[in-house]
Every structure is written in C-alpha cells, then in structure tokens.
Ligand binder design. Structure first.
Ligand code: 3H9
Length: 718
C-alpha cells in the first residue's frame, strides 16, 4: 500500500492520501483498493472512534477520478461498472460505524468532492488554492460516484443543479456559505481542528444538520414539493438547451439522474447515475472534451521550443505601448498576477482611459468577490500610466498594442528599441501583420516576436505566440512563460500572414461573406453556424470585432494568399459604407444606445450587391462551406509548418476562434469525418467554386487510407 498513510491520535485516525510519484491525488484503481482495505481495518479496530481524511499534496485534496483510466474503457458497460464501484465504495465510507471528517485543502474536484460528500463532516482551509467543483460535464461526463444524489440533498436542488450543470469552481468561503462545507479554518490548523471535530462528532457533542440550510423561503417552497421541483427541472433543461443547442448530452443526462433520485428514490437515482455515466463516458463528445483536457494540460508543460529549452526570464516590469482596449486588457491581466505595468500612450486622456479600463476589469472582480478591496487597491497601484517611455528601460518584456498599421508599428518599434535593455523581448500584439515585417524596423530582430491576445483579454483563454526564424529561443520561452503566468493556454506558431487563428478565421468569415454575395440572409448564415456549435455566427462576430478591422485583415490576407482569400464583395461594400459594427452602433445588426444587439438592420441589404430580396440557402450548405473553408486552411497551416502540431491547431481553434469544443478542433473533426470524405466534400465544392476549396495537399495525402492525425483509441497524445 503506497498511497495511504494512517496515524493514530487518541482514538482518531488520520488517513493521509498521497499518491506516490503523481503530481495530484486522483482516484486510481490502486487508490480504490487501498481505501477498501484501510477502512476495513479501521472498522475492525475498536480503538478507533473517528477518522480524518486528509491529503499530503500541497495543492490538491483529490482531483477526481483518474481521467487516464477513462481512456482504457472499452464500452459504456465497463464505465457503468466503474461508476457502480465508486458508488459502493462511498456508500461504505458513509455507513462506517464512526464519523469521517474531510479536511480539505487544495483542489477537491469531481470524484474528490463526491468522496467529501460521503464524509459526515467537511472542513475546508480558507485558502485561494482550495476549490470545490463537480467539473464532470466539462469532460462530457456526469458525476458518477453519487454526486448527483448527495449534492442536492446537502445544498438544495437549485444550487446543486447550478454546480453540476456548469462544473464551476467554488471557493472555500462560498462553499461554506452554501453549506457544501461546515467550517472554514486557516490551513495551518486544518488537521488540528479536524481531529477535534472528529472527536466531538464521535461523542455526540456536535451533530451536523440533515437538511439543506440557507435556501430562503422561495427556495424551500419551490424545492420541497413535486410541482415546484418539476418547474426547477424544466427551467434547468431549457437553460441547458438554450446554451448547448443539443450538442452536449451530459448536462441533460445529469438532470435525468438528479430527477430520478428525487422522483423514484435513491436506489433508482444511483442506478440512473451509473447508467448515464457509462453512456456519457462512451460518447464521442466526452472523447473530444477529454482530448482537450489532455491537450491543454500538455501545453502547460510545453516551453514553446524543442528540448533542451533555455530558462525563461521572469518579467519584473511589463511595458505596454498603446492604452487602448487591447493594451489596457493586457495590463489588467498582468497586474492581477502581481506584475507592475507601464502603460504608455501619446496623450494623457488616452492614458487615463486605459487606466480606467484596467480599473473596470478589477472592479468587476471585486464586485464578484473574486478579490478583496485591499487586493483591488494593490493591483490597481501596479498599473502606472505614462506619455513618455519613462520606466521602459527596466522592462524585460514590452508588448506593443497600437493600431493595426505596419508603418505605425514599425515607427513605434524604432522609437522605443534604443531605450530598452539589450535582452528585452519586444512583442507585437498584432492579429495579422507578419512579425518579420514589423521586425524589419528592429536593430535586434532576434528579440522580436508576436503575442496575439484575444479580446476581451481578461476573458479569452488563448495566447498565440508568433516566432520568426530570427527569434531567439530564450525570447520565445520567456514570452510563453509569461503567457502561462497570466493564466493563458499558449500555442507557439511560426510567422506568416494571419498566423494560424486569424488566417483560419478569415477563410471562414470570407465564405460567410460570399454567401451574402449570393443572396443568403444575414441571420440565416449566423443561425446555421450557431446551430453547428459556434458561440456566435460569423456576421455577428464581424460586428463585434469591427467591420473596419475585418476589412483590414481581409486586405492583408488577400495580398498574401491571392484569390483564395479574396474578401467578399459584401464585406468590401459594407466597409466602404462606413459601418463599423457594434462600436459604431451600426453594422449588419441594429444596436440600441446601450450597445445591445437587436434584429438584422434590413437597410444594410441595400448596400450589398444582391439587394434586399434574399434567397433561401440551405443551412447544411452554409455549414459545410464555412467550416470546410476553415478546416482546409487549418490543414494548410500544418502543411506549411505554421503550426507545430495538430494539437496546437485544435486547441487554438477551440479556445481562440470558437470552433465547437464537442468536435475537438479542426484536426479531430477530420479524423471523425475521415480524410477521404473531407477531401470528397472539398472537391465537390471546388467544382462549384473553382480555386476556393482546392483540398490541402496534407488532406489529399491522407485520403484513401483515412490516415489519422491522432490514434484511433487510447491516449490521444501518447
Ligand atoms: C470524475 O471525477 C468522475 C467521477 O465523478 C466518477 C467516477 C466514477 N486524472 O493541470 P495540471 C494530472 S472526472 C488524471 O498541470 P494544475 C494532469 O494530467 C474527473 N490526471 O496541474 C497533469 O499530468 P502530467 C474530474 C490528472 O496545478 C498533472 O495532474 N476532475 C487529473 O494546473 C498536473 O495537472 C477534473 O476534471 C485527473 N483527475 O491543476 C479535474 N487531474 O503532469 C481535472 C490532474 O502527467 N484536473 N491530472 O501532465 C484539473 O482541473 C487540474 O489538473 C487541477 C490541477 C486543478 C487538479
């Protein structure tokens, strides 16, 4: 037995979980066996009156079931068996003759939280690293070890559904407020207090409540009768369908399991939970979402260059050039990580607006209680504004976020470079302009690279780092490390116009524009792609990013790639008409004075060549043309070496440009549909629209044999 250590303290045993050789505690087959054996021994030992369950890891209590184990599951029945085994183990834990106290410090997730729920008492450390969640739906699964049954009984139906259906993290304080844990203590006294509570539970001095606390009168009224519950379930289902468009079966399956428990009793509830867990574990969606978990985890360890990687330089001060939306956004995430920022723009009002924008992001966090007043004040103090380059001489990283214009970017680089440290990294936050072109203005092009953040910076999870053949390896490693510090998933791509994300997104947007040229309705194009799984349609996206911005990007890519990337006539005309989208309160859609989106602005059709009378284009055609244009361009990026791996292409598309996560990304999509079929579809489209859908050589090479980008089974990233 290697993962559990038992120590005795005057009748109370501490069971310490510490998986040998693993960074986190996870519920492996070995741990399950160890658990069974240890608890059987403790049950037999009449000197034991209580148990404290604790973790020996610094940052995790238990991170859930072992996700690697799911990859070895052959079918739904096997996964159902795993769930039944987990349920039985925790039933035994719950029924032990003595109280078990969970002493929780660090991540308590999935099967970890389900284990805690089966304990009689839960104490959490009041520490930012202590988070509790049932994140199974994010992997396409449902809680499979009793979570769908125990959680609603503990904290109430509505609060439980919120946690189960979103998988969101709950910090220790909020967990205590909602009754998920009984007490909060400082980490230093966690074990001591847990021992005390185990003793008091054993002798009956404390008795935990048996019904959910703090739901309020409305909550009680709604949840404690069948009619009210059926309203709650219906609302939950409607909410899920509105968000997922039916692409994610797990949340609905979770509602089914919770409901079964309420309507037909726990036995049926547990059986339904296990059945649904099995079905979900065997689903295609779970395979794709689990792939994304492994891919993002792998990227956390990827320094961005081949081994041996040089050490990164840590960024003590960050210089940001341009205090606009992107510059301020970058500054706002940097100060949250404790990095002082010098935010420079040409005049004081601009700088003032930039600092105000940083403050707004921090205020929103304060309002959501994600930070304290003191943290808000401390973080805001880290953002300094300037109209000169004062302070830039100390910055080891400077990120330029000025207007998307090559001449301007080169001028700014020329101006600031002589003032910087010789080893400073200079990054441009361009979304399109080749880094090598910007670096033509540099004395030290080897220190220049791209850091393409996505908007809004504080919300979007991806960072695309772009390197040229001249970029020093240590500069790349430092930029990647800083991106990770900001909490971003970082992919490194080689320099080319539009890099990876902008280029593939443009291919997709251009096709949407061409559909408008041919008479498709604006909302029909958007609706077809939202139904496919994109978070918003391409025309809405154009309004969001700015039609003028889209026009500029289109020109750069057209110049670089020729006819294949020719912007649509519709986009060109709308750009010329002066409409800019949401920011100008005028685009393809109508916006009210608060900037809220309304209906399609029918007057925009008068600007488009096809005119106001639109024609019906089948949704399937819209989907195929736009998504295959994107997938084909992604394949070209891999073929040309812009992408290092299909993994980066999939993660970049999902987290950067909204490719549907349940499909795993463009390369996973090709594997699912089959390269032969993708090439056939592209070929058919290319006959209709010569030159636009010429299948990428990389795909053609895989067609026929259906050669895959990833292994067909087992670990997708061996
Ligand atoms: C579940 O519980 C189902 C049950 O309801 C029912 C079952 C019957 N399994 O992310 P990191 C590995 S579903 C396997 O870099 P961090 C990870 O792959 C599960 N491996 O660290 C990496 O490996 P490597 C529900 C796992 O500090 C290493 O640990 N649970 C697992 O940034 C370090 O990870 C989840 O979905 C796991 N469960 O973040 C939680 N967890 O070093 C998933 C971690 O070889 N995990 N690893 O590359 C997380 O969210 C984060 O890993 C965590 C740590 C917050 C824990």
């Amino acid at each position: 037995m290697t993962s559990l250590a038992v120590t005795h303290h005057d009748g109370i045993a501490i069971v310490m979980i510490d998986l040998v050789g693993e960074p986190v505690n996870k519920v492996t087959a070995e741990l399950r066996a160890d658990f069974s054996e240890v608890f059987a021994q403790l049950e037999r030992d009449s000197a034991v009156h209580g148990v404290v369950l604790a973790s020996g890891k610094a940052d995790t209590w238990i991170a859930g079931a072992d996700i690697d184990e799911f990859l070895t599951m052959k079918n739904a029945e096997e996964a159902e068996g795993l769930s039944r085994e987990g349920q039985r183990l925790l039933e035994r834990l719950e029924a032990l003759r003595f109280p078990v106290v969970a002493a929780i410090h660090g991540a308590c997730l999935g099967g970890g939280l389900e284990t805690a729920l089966a304990c009689r008492y839960r104490i959490a450390s009041d520490h930012p690293r202590t988070i509790l969640a049932l994140p199974e739906v994010q992997l396409g699964l449902i809680p499979g070890a009793g979570g769908t049954q125990r959680l609603p009984r503990l904290i109430g139906l509505q609060r439980a559904l919120d946690l189960i259906l979103t998988g969101r993290n709950v910090r220790a304080k909020a967990a205590c407020q909602m009754g998920l844990v009984h007490e909060l203590v400082h980490p230093a006294i966690l074990l001591e207090v847990a021992l005390d509570r185990a003793r008091k539970l054993a002798d009956g001095t404390i008795k935990p409540a048996h019904s959910p606390q703090g739901r309020g009168a409305a909550g009680v009224l709604l949840e404690d009768n069948p009619v009210g519950r059926s309203i709650v379930f219906r609302k939950a289902r409607d909410g899920v369908l509105a968000k997922t468009h039916g692409h994610y079966p797990a949340p609905l399956a979770a509602i089914g399991a919770v409901r079964a428990g309420f309507e037909t009793g726990s036995d049926v509830g547990y059986r339904e939970e296990a059945r649904a867990f099995g079905a979900m574990a065997a689903s295609e969606v779970a395979k794709q979402l689990i792939f994304l978990f492994f891919a993002t985890t792998a990227l956390k360890k990827d320094p961005g260059v081949s081994a041996p990687a040089p050490a990164p330089t840590s960024v003590e001060t960050l210089g940001v050039l341009g205090a606009g939306f992107m510059g301020a956004g970058i500054a706002s995430v940097a100060v949250q990580q404790g990095t002082p920022v010098r935010l420079k723009d040409t005049d004081t009002p601009r700088v003032g607006r930039g600092i105000a924008a940083v403050s707004d992001v921090l205020k929103a966090r304060l309002k959501k209680k994600q930070i304290t007043r003191q943290q808000y004040a401390d973080q805001l103090l880290l953002a300094g504004g300037t109209t000169t380059y004062a302070g830039f001489a100390h910055a080891s990283l400077v990120i330029e976020a000025v207007f998307e214009d090559l001449a301007l970017k080169q001028r700014v680089l020329r101006e600031v470079e002589p003032l910087l440290r010789a080893d400073a990294v200079y990054a441009s936050n361009t979304s399109t302009i080749p880094i090598a072109r910007i670096a033509e203005a540099a004395q030290r092009p080897n220190r220049v690279l791209g850091m393409h953040f996505f908007s809004p910076v504080h919300k979007m999870p991806l960072l695309e780092v772009i390197v040229t053949p001249a970029t020093d390896r240590d500069a790349t490693v430092s930029a990647v490390a800083f991106g990770k510090k900001l909490g971003k998933t970082v992919i490194v791509v080689n320099d080319a116009p539009g890099f990876y994300t902008t280029r593939t997104l443009s291919a997709y947007m251009n096709e949407a524009g061409r559909l408008l040229d041919e008479g498709a309705a604006i909302d029909a194009v958007d609706a077809a792609l939202v139904a496919f799984g994109f978070p918003v349609g391409p025309i809405t996206l154009l309004d969001e990013v700015g039609i003028d911005v889209g026009g500029k990007v289109g020109t750069v890519l057209f110049d670089a790639f020729g006819e294949r990337m020719a912007p649509s006539d519709s986009l060109r005309r709308v750009v010329e008409s002066g409409r800019t989208g949401r920011k100008g309160r005028g685009g393809f859609y109508l916006y009210d004075e608060m900037g809220r989106k309304g209906e399609v602005d029918s007057t925009v059709y008068n600007v488009l060549a096809y005119g106001a009378q639109r024609r019906d284009v089948p949704a399937e055609e819209i989907r195929q043309r736009c998504t295959l244009a994107m997938v084909n361009e992604a394949a070209r990026c891999l073929e040309e070496g812009v992408l290092r791996t299909p993994r980066d292409g999939d993660v970049g598309a999902v987290f950067g440009i909204g490719f549907p996560p349940f499909l795993g990304g463009p390369f996973r999509y090709v594997d699912t549909v089959g390269a032969t079929e993708v090439v056939r579809r592209l070929g058919a489209l290319n006959e209709r629209f010569p030159g636009r859908f010429e299948p990428a050589a990389l795909l053609v090479g895989r067609a026929g044999s259906d050669q895959r980008f990833y292994p067909a089974s087992g670990n997708p990233l061996p």
